[in-house]
Design a protein. Structure first.
Length: 265
């Protein structure tokens, strides 16, 4: 499996390899991840980074032959929520920052999360399909992927809908991809292995973390054997994004997390 280290999940100053790299600087993190054999990086906070930092990330990835994974279009706590199910008067303006970030780093997959704006559900879902389709057209023109992540209400209380089947149906209707995260599948009661097999044709990003605590595989209660078997069965060649924080802090904790990832692959 081709694993990706993260530069941030919720905190840009808390990357996966902070202690091992000796710096939270994105380029130092990428250099460290390359030495450890990671094939790419993912960064939920990419869109909020300064353009020159994004460009440094892109150069570092190219220097190491690494791939950019997913990054979020909607960053709670950083900017007002983006509601795909609400009217969007100017989609080009709404997508500009994400598309620019993707250009600076050399690609990646924009992660769209469906949040509830309070309108009737049917109305929001219909709008979301139209909005996602329009955004996907803009992304495709720039060679960038767009995908919807199924998130659990336990982790994201504003989630418009919960469950892989419903979110995948929206993704299919809009012509966009699907992102599956073991943490959210676990919290929503979804079988991630079954979802991988059922949605293989639209799967665009895979994220893993054990629960509780979003820790490394084996440090929680999720059984990753069927998940990894499902990925092998579909011939998954994309990144497996390690969207987790080591259970134990420091260099030893990070080494244990890397070892746990290698044991999966």
């Amino acid at each position: 499996m081709r694993f990706a280290a993260h530069l941030s999940i919720a905190d840009p100053d808390a990357p996966l390899l902070a202690a091992t790299a000796g710096s939270v600087d994105p380029v130092a993190q990428i250099d460290c991840a390359a030495r450890l054999g990671f094939a790419g990086i993912t960064d939920n906070g990419l869109k909020a980074r300064a353009p020159e930092v994004q460009q440094r990330i892109g150069l570092a990835l190219r220097d190491h032959g690494m791939e950019m994974g997913s990054f979020t279009h909607d960053m709670p706590g950083v900017e007002p929520p983006f509601f795909w199910g609400a009217p969007v008067s100017d989609m080009e303006a709404a997508m500009a920052a994400s598309l620019a970030a993707a250009e600076h780093v050399g690609g990646g997959c924009i992660n769209a999360i469906l949040l509830d704006c309070g309108a009737p559900l049917a109305e929001q879902l219909a709008r979301a399909v139209d909005n996602l389709a329009a955004a996907a057209t803009l992304a495709a023109e720039r060679g960038v992927a767009l995908a919807v992540e199924m998130v659990s209400r336990e982790r994201v209380p504003l989630a418009l809908m919960e469950g892989v089947t419903g979110v995948a149906a929206i993704a299919r209707s809009a012509g966009v991809g699907l992102i599956l995260d073991s943490c959210h599948c676990h919290c929503a009661g979804d079988d991630m292995a079954a979802a991988i097999l059922a949605q293989a044709d639209i799967l665009r990003a895979v994220q893993i973390a054990d629960m509780p605590g979003r820790v490394e595989p084996g440090a929680g209660v999720i059984d990753f054997v069927p998940i990894m078997a499902a990925l092998r069965r579909i011939g998954w060649g994309g990144l497996v994004e390690a969207e987790l924080m080591p259970r134990e802090p420091g260099v030893e904790g990070e080494a244990a997390a890397v070892a746990a990832l290698r044991a999966l692959g």
